[in-house]
Design a protein around this ligand. Structure first.
Ligand SMILES: Nc1ncnc2c1ncn2[C@@H]1O[C@H](COP(=O)(O)OP(=O)(O)OP(=O)(O)O)[C@@H](O)[C@H]1O
Length: 247
């Protein structure tokens, strides 16, 4: 194990339909503490599957994931314990519709981290303030805009004091005018030193915020490097082809 890395994925495979679909076909990648890694690539290239395998929302069919040096794909691993340290934000927010925002944010910290209700609420309110939504603590998700729901989803994940934040196309389901407010919250997090793995089609975010960009195609990492390298001097034909379409 290398202590610099918080997550190490070794030769990850994820096959569906008895091996007919190779969503991941041997992905090896390591994420450093405090690093912001943005994963880009065409639709169906395995980006979401890669992210979901890092916290074992999808169980890899082969390979290993080490989290803080521990093989969390081993049979003996306590998946729930490790997963708690990896906050996840989804395209479709995944807030509980029948609970207030405050309840959405305090439920898991109280239940899983055994925080007192008072501590969990005080942390949640501070986080809500940070994203300009302190006055919405008593609202229900249906009363909020998409951008507000996604900002809540981010701070809800932060209530679990995660070591890493995983973002799976967090702005893809938003109306265009709401994308900026969510990316802004993510930029702030990055500046504060949060380790982040972000699957996104927002190339501007990748350019501006990523420490490293990973380009995937056909379940493999085709090329990776600094945003400067990937966006201005890509080496692989597949990368050039993709960027020509999206930039
Ligand atoms: N549960 C599943 N069962 C069967 N095939 C799946 C399943 N999940 C994903 N796949 C397939 O695996 C491949 C990779 O999918 P994945 O969602 O990881 O790609 P992606 O790069 O995130 O795509 P997008 O940008 O469109 O979200 C695709 O061919 C997809 O159809």
């Amino acid at each position: 194990m290398n202590a610099d890395y918080i997550i190490q994925a070794n030769n990850l495979q994820k096959h569906f339909d008895g091996g007919e679909i190779k969503a991941l076909d041997g992905v090896t990648a390591s994420i450093r503490k405090g690093e912001v890694v943005v994963v880009i690539g065409p639709s169906g290239s395995g980006k979401s599957t890669f992210l979901r395998c890092l916290n074992l929302l999808e169980l890899p069919t082969g390979g290993q994931v080490l989290f803080e040096g521990v093989d969390i794909t081993a049979k003996s691993a306590d998946i729930n314990l490790h997963r708690q340290k990896m906050g996840m934000v989804f395209q479709h927010f995944n807030l509980f519709p029948h609970m207030t925002i405050l309840k959405n944010m305090t439920l898991a910290p109280v239940k899983l981290l055994k925080k007192s209700q008072a501590d969990a609420e005080s942390q949640a309110l501070k986080l809500l303030e940070r994203v300009g939504l302190a006055d919405r603590a008593g609202a229900y998700p249906s009363q909020l805009s998409g951008g507000q729901k996604q900002r809540i989803a981010i701070v809800r994940a932060l209530c679990m004091d995660p070591e890493v934040m995983l973002f799976d196309e967090p702005t893809s389901a938003l109306d265009p005018e709401m994308v900026g407010e969510v990316l802004e919250v993510m930029k702030e997090l990055a500046k504060e030193g949060m380790t982040m793995v972000v699957v996104t089609h927002e190339m501007g975010f990748a350019r501006e915020v990523a420490d490293r960009v990973i380009f995937m195609a056909d379940g493999k990492i085709v090329e990776e490097g600094s945003p400067e390298k990937i966006f201005t001097a890509p080496e692989q034909g597949r990368t050039k082809e993709f960027l020509a379409k999206v930039l």
